[in-house]
Write a protein that binds this ligand. Structure first.
Ligand code: NAD
Ligand code: ZN
Length: 369
């Protein structure tokens, strides 16, 4: 039986189901929360080749009509305006109506793209997330953020559109490339640092998850979603600048800067930037006297132990401090020119600070480079 985690939003509560073999039982699991047994599936070509047959069978077994099954090319480029338009036209051409649910089968790219299409088509269709990457299972499928990238930047067109249900089938992670699995694990480590006991589990057992151990992966997904669900329920639309969803950006101010410098060309995965960002956030916390001086070493040692880049110097290319600082000043979460960071007092005790002196950050980057 899957574990069922409630996401307790006042207007649109839903559940995240975590377990193995959920694709084959998808129809029976999602029917209770949908207005009709009618869906359109959106996937990417790689995921569709591997997992679409199981999902189709699982839906048809429960009497679902599959109005359309559409796939986009794998990769971030599909999360943009032109594929979005093509997808919307194809959905409408397939004859979807307001009781047809959009089912996203794929990683964060498919979830964000299909979710935005579900938010926009006919002014809002029921939406189901079936995340197939570790990143999507522990992070992007929960919380209702959907959208696409614009030339002006990542995720700049989008909508909050909560799913009716999330089916996190940890069995599908068996086909995920090892590098993608590791990158998704960076978000598990982030959730661990935000939550506390989950960080202790990461240090003790996280390497098993990265090695593909089924029980460890299920635990990682379940506990990550438990944390994310609680944070999202308390701050659905990221309205609190200091607490709430903003804390989920731990490691991301640095991570986004590193990612942007690498140019989103696939040479650095999001989670790899976040992994380095977690170490830098811990170092900054120690430098500000907020946490134990040993914490940064612990964070970097764990990140390295699971095979992720732990320091800027672990990446094949170099970065200038000026370029990274420039990127961080442009981060959409920076308010009034002051650098805002999520910092740690200890695992399980995160806070945001909007007054971090830029010179301190520059020093830190110079050392870390
Ligand atoms: P992705 O969707 O590009 O998937 C990574 C690769 O793995 C793709 O090539 C895909 O085809 C392949 N793949 C997926 N599942 C597979 C499986 N089970 N077996 C084999 N291959 C599989 O990348 P991602 O890391 O899942 O998501 C990244 C996106 O998520 C970014 O666009 C990011 O902005 C977004 N994101 C959104 C949120 C949110 O809250 N909405 C949060 C974090 C990240
Ligand atoms: Zn992230």
């Amino acid at each position: 039986m899957p574990d069922r985690l409630p996401v307790a939003l006042s207007a649109s509560p839903y559940e995240v189901l975590v377990g193995e073999g959920l694709l084959a039982r998808a129809g029976g699991l999602i029917a209770p929360v949908l207005p009709a047994r009618r869906v359109a599936i959106v996937s990417d070509a790689s995921v569709a080749a591997l997992h679409l047959p199981a999902l189709r069978a699982g839906l048809e077994r429960a009497g679902f009509e599959i109005r359309a099954s559409l796939s986009v090319p794998p990769g971030e480029a599909s999360k943009s305006f032109s594929p979005f338009g093509t997808l919307m036209e194809a959905l409408l051409a397939a004859g979807i109506d307001r009781s047809t649910a959009i089912v996203a089968l794929g990683g964060g790219v498919v979830g964000d793209l299909a979710g935005f299409a579900a938010a926009a088509a006919l002014r809002g269709l029921p939406f189901v997330q079936v995340p197939t990457t570790l990143l999507a299972q522990v992070d992007s499928s929960v919380g209702g953020k959907t959208g696409i990238n614009l030339k002006a930047g990542k995720n700049l067109a989008g909508a909050f559109h909560q799913p009716r249900i999330v089916l996190a089938d940890t069995g599908v992670l068996a086909t995920l490339p090892a590098r993608e699995l590791r990158a998704g694990y960076a978000e598990v480590a982030k959730h661990g640092l935000l939550q506390g006991p989950l960080w202790d589990w990461c240090e003790a057992e996280g390497a098993k998850a990265v090695a593909g151990d089924a029980a460890a992966l299920r635990h990682a997904v379940l506990e990550s979603c438990r944390l994310k669900a609680a944070v999202v329920a308390a701050d659905e639309r990221e309205e609190s600048p200091e607490g709430g969803r903003a804390l989920l950006n731990l490691g991301h101010t640095f991570g986004h800067a590193i990612e942007a410098e690498c140019g989103y060309d696939g040479s650095l995965l999001h989670g790899e930037g976040v992994a380095i960002g977690l170490g830098l956030a811990a170092r900054l916390s120690a430098r500000l006297g907020l946490c134990d001086a040993a914490l940064p070493g612990r964070v970097e040692a764990h990140i390295a132990a699971v095979g992720l880049p732990a320091r800027l110097a672990d990446l094949p290319r170099g970065f200038t401090v000026e370029a990274l600082m420039g990127r961080m000043r442009k981060d959409k979460k920076v308010r009034d020119g002051a650098l805002r960071f999520v910092l740690l007092r200890a695992p399980g005790e995160a806070l945001t600070r909007g007054d971090v002196p830029p010179a301190l950050v520059e020093d830190l980057l110079r050392e870390a480079g």
